[in-house]
Design a protein around this ligand. Structure first.
Ligand code: ZN
Length: 476
């Protein structure tokens, strides 16, 4: 039996245990940094599978590492398990029907994400035992991907220092390995202004308005937008407008800014300019400004050797032998979707299949499940997995778990999250991850190649953690 057959067998044997974990996490649907039950059920399963557990990673109660083996190479497989606010939805229903209205739901597939990664490392462990392989395999239980930057804290605090290769994946609408080119770094700064309260009619000359400062900052930034790179993004939300009484000069006001760009140097450059405008707003209003960085992530760097192995292994598992029932299930959801970004998806297909006619591309897109490779571009996203790729050679696999056109962060993703189709897709992801990890565990030269490719990818840059050293996870 060759390696691929054995890995397929090992993943398939263990899959029922991990689909159970995935379904349980789907049910818990816990938000960023509150994933206590989701974390516990994973730790229990990994202990049962014979892994060593290290808890409270980077001071985060819901982060853990499960390890097996000794020495190098050390391969890390990352998993996530946080849910999204308001996306509770009845399973398998193509119509919006929340059974706990307003509660969180797994609208980004993170229930599958952690469980498939665990399934992969368990298969790798068995294979290493059977073949007396040297090395270490680790599952990184990473909470709070949605806005919590947990992995960035884990990187900042040195938890990836000894790792040779880091593999991540994400449930998706297409099958591909992400080159990270459209991944944006993010930087979240909160500006707080302090002024002087005064009666707005009786003695306005004594007042110094913090709300005016926030408004001037926002206006300054609107003018800045014309003079940044087109890929840059600046978003803001006023957290505190100072009160509800117009006849009082507002003494306190606060605004939160998120700055994004595909290259970290550009992102920090835009952030510095926003900070200078914020300082200017304080000068103009005679108020004082304090700022604090509350979260941040880096863009994703795909290391070539890892990308290539992931890509080859993914291709080897396609096409997926979906059952008629699975395809009918996917079609039912696909037909219910409002596919407003169809043009973008056709462009993605055109880039990967330049020889095909528009009609052929449309037929591919209309398949119930995208049973082919298609690199998704123009879907600018950010992830804390990016920070890991700045310190360890790695990249991110995407496996089709939902029909093309399913929006991320949607109730439809929650609805499809524990179907046999989702479970099968989890298995495909686990197999591709396991095969790729073993490629590196079995070949020291490939690890060295990945390290050389990683240095090349850095282009002389060094990693700057976007988070301040004194910032605590989940703390603002
Ligand atoms: Zn996600």
């Amino acid at each position: 039996m060759d390696r691929k057959e054995r890995i397929t067998q090992l993943v398939d044997e263990k899959l029922p245990a991990f689909t159970k974990v995935s379904d349980e996490i789907w049910g818990y649907a816990e938000l960023c940094y509150k994933e206590y039950q989701s974390c516990d059920c994973q730790i229990k399963e990994m202990e049962r599978q014979g892994f060593r557990i290290e808890r409270n990673i980077a001071g985060i109660e819901t982060a853990f590492i499960a390890s097996y083996g000794e020495g190098h190479p050390i391969v890390a497989v990352l998993g996530e398990y946080d849910a999204l606010a308001g996306l509770n939805q009845e399973a398998d229903n193509i119509h919006r029907n929340s059974f706990k209205p307003g509660e969180p739901g797994h609208g980004c597939g993170h229930n599958l994400l952690g469980a498939a990664s665990m399934s992969a490392v368990t298969a790798i462990k068995e294979y290493m035992q059977e073949n007396n392989l040297k090395g270490t395999i680790r599952y990184y239980g990473c909470p709070a991907e949605e806005g919590g930057s947990a992995k960035t804290f884990m990187v900042r605090d040195g938890y990836f220092k000894d790792v040779d290769i880091a593999l991540s994946w994400h449930p998706s609408q297409f099958n591909y390995v992400w080159d990270g080119e459209d991944c944006l770094g993010t930087y979240n700064i909160i500006f707080h202004y302090k002024g002087i309260a005064a009666h707005a009619a009786a003695c306005p000359q004594l007042g110094r308005s913090a709300l005016d400062a926030v408004e001037l900052l926002n206006i300054g930034v609107q003018f800045l937008r014309e003079h940044i790179i087109p890929e840059g993004r600046i978003h803001y939300a006023i957290l505190n407008s100072g009160g509800t009484a117009p006849n009082v000069v507002q003494a306190e006001a606060e605004v939160s800014y998120v700055i994004r760009a595909p290259k970290m140097a550009d992102m920090y450059d835009i952030a510095d300019r926003v900070i200078r405008i914020a300082e200017g707003a304080a000068m103009m209003t005679d108020t004082t400004m304090t700022k604090r960085v509350v979260s941040g992530t880096s863009n994703l760097l795909a290391t070539k050797a890892v990308f290539d192995r992931y890509d080859a292994n993914l291709r080897s598992f396609l096409p997926v032998p979906y059952t008629e029932d699975e395809l009918a299930y996917a079609k039912k959801f696909k037909d219910s979707l409002d596919v407003s970004d169809r043009k973008r998806m056709i462009n993605c297909l055109r880039a990967d299949y330049p020889g095909k006619s528009l009609k052929e591309l449309e037929e591919m897109l209309d398949m119930p499940m995208a049973n082919y490779i298609c690199r998704e571009t123009g879907n600018t996203a950010s992830t804390d997995a990016g920070d890991v790729t700045w310190v360890v050679p790695g990249c991110q696999l995407h496996v089709a778990c939902y029909p093309a056109g399913t929006p991320f962060h949607s109730w439809q993703m929650t609805a499809m999250g524990k179907s046999p189709l989702a479970h099968r897709s989890m298995g495909i992801a686990a197999k591709v991850i396991a095969m790729t990890a073993l490629d590196f565990i079995l070949d020291e030269k490939l690890v060295q190649q990945a390290k050389a490719d990683f240095i090349e990818k850095l282009e002389g840059q060094t990693y700057r953690c976007p988070l301040p050293m004194d910032l605590k996870p989940g703390g603002h």
